[in-house]
Write a protein of this length. Structure first.
Length: 442
């Protein structure tokens, strides 16, 4: 076959084939750094000519330094923020970001752990993203702690205002130039991790590393800790580590791919998807469901939510080889609470329960009393319309729990460790031919 375009020779073909085979087994967690955004015209931080080569990190990378610059050298801070503004205004997800999102949609990638603060993974369509260095695309109120997610346009507009203020006005304090919280009017800071601050969601990132089947490291040298420890944690727990970048790094990995992420990663992901075995699928037609392997048939679509729907769901869980493998060590029952939405056809709260154990659903109940449902190890509650979004695959459940759209009572890191099993449960729910109560014919 032809050699990959990013690196000639038979060695490249072999390296790409072997790495694609690893990814095709699923259970992948990606760890990304500044290198993945280089082809989005975002300069790297630590390399020659990078941000910290031109701007002193002690002055521009700490809150104490930023305060000093604002008060004593506002023009220098305006130069720094002006360059940041121009960079973020033109930055768009590149093929590497898009490839990871595609790998997640295929069910092979469980999460992206990123050191980047540019928000490009979410722009590309990735759903489960752990931003351990925070993000410039979110601001946190210094008063009541309100959190606001920003679009690229809102971020750029805010930086414009700050730069204009630094160049034209007396600055009495750093908070005086910060944006205001839309909820309470207090100053809001960008939610990135400055030098000297603890990283975000480290335990979650470590749990993902410990539970993955393989870790794909893209665009980072592994020299910044504690992020640099994550590949080691993955290897210590039996995962295969793959490293992709233009140069050698300190990361110990079984597979090394040399080249720019935007060129190599799309080829790697295509290779992994090409190796996927065709999964069991269901053909839906004329109100009937039939397994492509010749399984059971149903003449009518069960209504959601209902006991009939739960029965079908239980059977599909127990028929699924993919779920059995992903949840082989899972132990814990789950109660699902469908909160009342009378205008949607759900007049009162409904409790349902699944007894999930080592890749099987041992029992399922619908319409149980609240006191019985509250005994479950995990309780997930949301309005009916949110559950509808999950079943229609419009809302990722793990991401929804992290964002508070689904309310979890139980240990979130445990759920995240089994994100592949959670995704398979969603795939199985989506495979049930469903008539939603708010869409049924009158």
């Amino acid at each position: 076959s032809a050699s990959p375009s990013w690196w000639g020779g038979e060695a490249a073909v072999t390296a790409l084939r072997e790495a694609a085979e690893v990814l095709s087994r699923g259970g992948v967690v990606a760890l990304t750094g500044a290198g993945i955004s280089a082809d989005s015209q975002i300069p790297t931080f630590r390399e020659p000519g990078g941000v910290w080569d031109r701007f002193d990190p002690e002055r521009f990378g700490t809150w104490a330094g930023l305060l000093e610059e604002a008060m004593s050298r506002p023009d220098a801070l305006a130069d720094f923020l002006g360059e940041l503004r121009s960079t973020l205004a033109r930055a768009r997800p590149n093929p590497a970001h898009l490839a990871l999102a595609e790998l997640e949609r295929a069910g092979l990638l469980d999460a992206v752990i990123t050191q980047n603060v540019d928000g490009l993974h979410l722009d590309a369509g990735s759903r489960t993203v752990v931003e351990i260095h925070g993000t410039l695309r979110r601001q946190v109120c210094l008063g009541a702690g309100h959190v606001v997610r920003l679009s690229r346009e809102e971020l750029v507009e805010g930086l414009d205002r700050i730069v204009r203020g630094l160049r034209t006005a007396f600055i009495p304090s750093l908070p005086s130039i910060l944006p205001r919280c839309p909820a309470c009017g207090a100053p809001s800071r960008p939610d990135f991790v400055a030098f000297g601050e603890p990283v975000r969601d480290l335990l979650l990132a470590e749990d993902l590393a410990a539970g993955c089947r393989s870790m794909l490291v893209v665009g980072t040298h592994g020299e910044v800790h504690p992020a640099g420890d994550l590949p080691r944690i993955a290897r210590e727990h039996g995962a295969t580590v793959l490293q992709l970048g233009p140069a050698d790094t300190a990361i110990a990995a079984e597979h090394h791919l040399r080249g720019r992420a935007a060129r190599v990663l799309p080829e790697l992901v295509r290779g992994a998807l090409d190796r996927l075995e065709r999964p069991s699928y269901r053909v839906l037609y004329s109100g009937c469901a039939r397994s492509a392997e010749g399984g059971r048939r149903r003449k009518a679509m069960p209504e959601f939510p209902s006991a009939e729907w739960m029965k079908d769901y239980l059977e599909r869980i127990n028929d699924s080889k993919e779920y059995r493998e992903a949840a082989a060590t899972w132990e814990g029952d789950i109660s699902y609470v469908f909160e009342a939405e009378p205008d949607k056809g759900v007049p009162e709260e409904i409790w349902a329960w699944l007894d999930l154990w080592h890749g099987e659903c041992r029992d399922a109940k619908y319409g149980i009393p609240q006191e019985e449902g509250e005994k479950a190890k995990f309780i997930i509650r949301a309005p009916y319309s949110r559950w509808k979004e999950v079943i229609k695959k419009e809302l990722d459940p793990v991401k929804g729990m992290m964002q508070g759209k689904l309310k979890l009572k139980g240990d979130l890191p445990t759920i995240v460790r089994y994100v592949k099993a959670a995704n398979e449960l969603v795939n199985l729910a989506a495979s049930v031919p469903t008539e939603f109560v708010d869409e049924r014919a009158s």
